[in-house]
Design a protein around this ligand. Sequence first.
Ligand code: NAD
Ligand code: UDP
Length: 311
Amino acid sequence: MRKKVLVTGGAGFLGSHLCERLLNDGHEVVCLDNYFTGQKQNVVHLLSNPYFELIRHDVTMPFFIEVDEIYNLACPASPIHYQYNAIKTVKTSVMGAINMLGLAKRIKAKILQASTSEVYGDPDVHPQNESYWGHVNPIGIRACYDEGKRCAETLFVNYHRQNNVDIKIIRIFNTYGPRMHPHDGRVVSNFIVQALQNQDITIYGDGTQSRSFQYVDDLINGMIKMMDSGKDFTGPVNIGNPNEFTMIELAEKVLKLTGSKSKIVYDALPDDDPMQRQPDITLAKEKLNWEPKIELEEGLTKTIEYFKTII
Ligand code: NAD
Ligand code: UDP
């Protein structure tokens, strides 16, 4: 059945892949974005599809439309961007969630929230499973994002409890791939862009902090499986790749795969930068029959090929 789907933040890195996949699956897609960190360029190849519609709109303002499903992705995701206007980041997460949940309630649409591993903060439980409540500094520089996303989860579960809205929450772990903005500031795009230009690779801190990197196609599969899952399963569910790497290991892999002459340099570690992060994906395997398929070297190779075409 052809569904009508709204994707907020659809012109961003993840949103553009989601719009493309939904169109390929035969659905009608309305992409809504204010172009803060996203760009038309990411979806320009979809504009000739008659089932694709692009609308400039800010999710902090109400929006009315008739759709079957809503994917709520609107929110800057890179620390430099979400810290640029911290108050706006909180508004986007919280007012954006209220506006989209109000819409879902009114039109009886199913709604999925793109939450984040950041709800676990700098975790003292490792790996992180969904029952862990997290370790977040509510007044730190990352709080606008972490607490905004935590409050959005609270809003989602309460619209479900009070109003029986059909909700889905996924907690996305670090995801990379083609269409990340070259100046996005996140580690994978930074290292690749630096390596391809033979500039210094900037490791923040001593590089022993870890992250678990997921390729974008795996995430999109998980996101769609979650949206399609039964009404009784609301999540939150972790969607990430459990293979964990230090930033030194990541830099070395990027250097090897690009054949770059870049040197590694060490800069200051930003405040509240989590030391480790690894998803426990037992729940996603059990409830969604989902697990990631693309390992880091394969995903990095595809991403490097993309950045070669735009640099
Ligand atoms: P992105 O910055 O590329 O995309 C975010 C999109 O939201 C952009 O197109 C931006 O212009 C749009 N946007 C921001 N504020 C808006 C507003 N007020 N109104 C309308 N549109 C707005 O980032 P991304 O990596 O594609 O992330 C997408 C979503 O996934 C975000 O909600 C993010 O928190 C979540 N997420 C991403 C990751 C990751 O590793 N990529 C990890 C965890 C969670
Ligand atoms: N990082 C780094 N060099 C960079 C960009 C980031 O060493 O040029 C580090 C950053 O300090 C963090 C990790 O890489 O420890 C992941 O950063 P990113 O911003 O990609 O994601 P997040 O911290 O939100 O997981």
